[in-house]
Write a protein that binds this ligand. Sequence first.
Ligand code: BES
Ligand code: MN
Ligand code: ZN
Length: 504
Amino acid sequence: MQLRVVGDQPWDVPADVLVVPIVGQPAFEGPLGELNKRAGGELAAMAAFGEFKSDRYATVLAASGELAAGRVLAISAGEPDAITRQVIVRLGSTVERRLAGRTVRSMAVWLSDLGAHVQGGAEAVAELVARGVVEGQFEPATIYRTDYKGAPPELDELILVAPGANSAALLNAAERGVIIGEGANLARRLDNRAANDVTPEVLAGEARALAEKYGLSIDVLDPARAAELGMGMFLAVGSGSDNPPRMIVLRSGAEGAKDAAGRRLALIGKGVCFDSGGISIKPAASMEEMKMDKTGACTVIAAITTVARLAPGTPLTVIAPAVENMPGSHSARPGDIVKAMNGKTVDIINTDAEGRLILGDALCYAEKLGATHMVDIATLTGAVVRALGDQMTGAFGTPQAWYDEVATAGERAGERYWQLPMIEEYRPGLDSHYADFTNTGPADGGIIRSALFLREFTTVPWVHLDIAGTAYFRKKTPYAPAGATGVSHATLVELALTGAIRSA
Ligand code: BES
Ligand code: MN
Ligand code: ZN
């Protein structure tokens, strides 16, 4: 897809479709008034008809009168006060998805005065819209089919229309947005793939191919090496499947180097290629979703490739423990006692609380490799889905200053996080008669305990993102299909880029 930024007035830009954002209930004055006049009054007529009173992301496709573009696609951006960076990304995704199945080669998006609503102004809007359009192109229905007709159009050209702006700066920003969007889609595509397709070994193979393509170093630990390193929790979860576990390690930057922010950052992603629950087996309903229990792994693998594209050489480590959680004669049983890499003993009272087990060993290994700052990302608990739903990721971290840095990256990325507390009084809920602690406890406050468990395997600044609710949509929205959302990819990229050695 070719990107262009033009300083022409929107009515003069030739394209198959011209996208016009409608903020609030506009008066159709100024440039929007002029555009409306040249479109034969169509926009104002639609507004009077009530088309833009409905929700944000409502769209109307109309004839274009005397405009140079073939069609007008007006989209409601909602009330001005509610416009956020996320809304701008989603405006881009929505218009792209709205054109699914249509013949569209070139789409022009008038940035209008959206820049007045977000930090970074028009440049930020260029980046976020471009990222949104790319994310809008993602269609899981094409992963296993070649004849699907309803996919969003593959554009030859995306034109950002910004009269009077610095087009070079906007183009740069938009290119960054495209690369971040492509990274999110890479994560989503891997994530949506089925468990009979993407085993831990296949995921490691995908990581290998990406490492080669983007000049990353890679190390994949097999069970024998994991055993030498004492990763008893990771091995216990992986033991139930004929598809053996793999600890995938990707790195960029010079060996041992700190990044420009003085950190050795490690991103750790839960890679459960299928979570049946193991011997503590899950109910049948919705179990098929558990092929996406590898979202964290897909996200961190994609994130390091995106960082390599935007700022090659940035010191960064990614660890993705990949397993299948299956019942079988070699599975861990409830009550099994295992030893973690840091020597702590764990009483596995529920084999379905497997994510924290593989992450615990991965966090220890990240520190062994020299990590000074860590973020783990995981579809960890059903409780976070109930508490926050699919729009807000639950997050924990310590110390607070490190949490705040991650949260700031999240704001730049246009993603939503809600910090949850690590309540010390709930720690005894993990007490075990036999081991240092159990892997789960009473249901009440269980989400807090999931973080307290992970904390046992960290000694450096650490943040935990529970994306069980936000990793994938169960129903489609105007801005995304059902399936993997790519959530937190942009946040992790922004976080890593604060340590870019060269500017990005
Ligand atoms: N992968 C699940 C969490 C999950 C649930 C992700 C729903 C996405 C949607 C995780 O491994 C799990 O099974 N968690 C259990 C933990 C419990 C046994 C302590 C849960 O939350 O029910
Ligand atoms: Mn589970
Ligand atoms: Zn799981």
